[in-house]
Design a protein around this ligand. Structure first.
Ligand code: ARG
Length: 381
């Protein structure tokens, strides 16, 4: 994916990044020029004395919204001003206690779930300091299903997490062995042993997938977790790196229907759906994959709606994206975007983003991928 590899902007000292953030907040009207210059001086002396600095709640909140706005991978940026940020910088930071982090992560899931009306929520934990890198979780998302490699090379569950699942098993965890076992969280402070925590069931809302017209569909037993919570990104903000900053939002239906449940290297369910629909899967030209993909995506949308769980369709999502882009241009800003991440996995040419061109420019603040930490692990995806 050459486009999405971070083209790291010139590494700048913390003081320069901090200044840039404070001045950007001033330029966007959040504080006066005088207040900004005063804050810049204050940060400089804190940096000189301690080698790091503590961001204000305003810097954390507004800065993380800008980080989202700058991220080229997300079609949902229309809502960047609606991001809520929880300050978890103190959680477990004193004595390096992993259970305090776990409690805060479980709270994050409950708050983001919000009874089905999913919130745009970021929780920010202790940043890296010169003497100690920040904490992290090994999981790519807080809620994800295990993928168990079988002797014949196939995977039971989600192949995406096969390496992570093996790494967690090496720590002594044993799952039930179903297709949808929720992985425990692996929480680690650098220099300490990782610790494994099972998530309580009420923090893991899921949706069973049924179809509005095909009664047989629910017998396929498909399901998915209610919302994503990305937990392997570093929030790079004002020269600080927040190594644990899980981000929750609602799903777009294509992420589940046209990727997670259908990709041949994920749950690969299209053959079963096509079989239920009575399609001839012997020849590509019957377009059985395309027809099954559409009905699976329709089933996802229907099921989340029925369950009262926030979800957005790709037509609405891309229209909002174009509105966001126009709004950004009016504000004199560009809209960094990676075309391949913005165009939905199905029906791309029917959406308004198809005809447009984007530059995946990377600027800070931003979210950047955190490489997989487990020993002998791959890239994590
Ligand atoms: N595509 C990822 C998944 O299927 C989630 C990425 C973030 N998506 C979002 N709607 N915020 O789990």
């Amino acid at each position: 994916m050459p486009q999405s590899t971070p083209t790291s902007p010139l590494a700048r000292p913390v003081s320069a990044e901090a200044q840039a953030l404070v001045r950007q907040l001033a330029a966007e009207g959040h504080l006066s020029a005088d207040a900004a210059e005063q804050r810049v001086r204050q940060i400089a002396s804190e940096l000189a004395a301690t080698g790091t600095y503590r961001q204000s709640m305003q810097e954390l909140l507004l800065g993380s919204r800008i980080a989202w706005r700058n991220n080229p991978q997300c079609v949902g940026k229309f809502y960047w001003r609606g991001l809520e940020t929880r300050d978890c910088r103190e959680a477990g930071a004193g004595d390096g206690d992993e259970s305090a982090l776990f409690e805060a992560l479980v709270d994050h899931l409950r708050l983001a779930w919000n009874g089905g009306k999913v919130r745009l929520l970021l929780s920010v934990f202790a940043p890296s300091r010169p003497d100690r890198p920040g904490p992290r979780v090994w999981n790519g998302q807080l809620i994800r299903y295990a993928g168990y490699r079988q002797h014949d090379g196939s995977v039971l569950g989600d192949p995406e997490t096969a390496d992570l699942t093996e790494a967690i098993q090496r720590l002594g965890w044993r799952g039930q062995g179903t297709e949808y076992d929720v992985l425990p969280l692996v929480i680690q402070w650098p220099g300490r042993e990782p610790r494994v925590f099972d998530l309580p069931a009420d923090a893991v809302p899921e949706v069973r997938i049924s179809h509005p017209e095909y009664p047989w569909f629910e017998r396929l037993g498909l399901r998915w977790h209610a919302f994503p919570t990305i937990s392997n990104q570093i929030l790079e903000l004002g020269g600080l790196s927040y190594t644990l900053a899980p981000f929750s939002a609602w799903y777009t239906c294509t992420e589940i229907g046209a990727r997670n449940l259908s990709d041949t290297n994920r749950y690969n369910k299209l053959p079963q759906v096509a079989h239920g629909m009575g399609l001839d899967t012997g020849r590509d030209r019957t377009l059985w994959r395309d027809r099954a993909l559409l009905e699976l995506t329709a089933a996802v949308l229907h099921s989340y709606d029925q369950a009262g769980v926030s979800i957005i369709d790709h037509h609405f999502a891309t229209k909002q994206f174009v509105r966001h882009e126009e709004r950004e241009h009016k504000s004199g800003r560009s809209c960094p975007a990676d075309w391949s991440a913005i165009v939905p996995a199905t029906s791309g040419s029917t959406t308004p983003v198809w005809q447009r061109r984007y530059e995946p420019t990377r600027t800070r603040p931003n979210f950047s991928p955190h490489p997989a930490p487990w020993p002998c692990g791959g890239a994590g995806r």
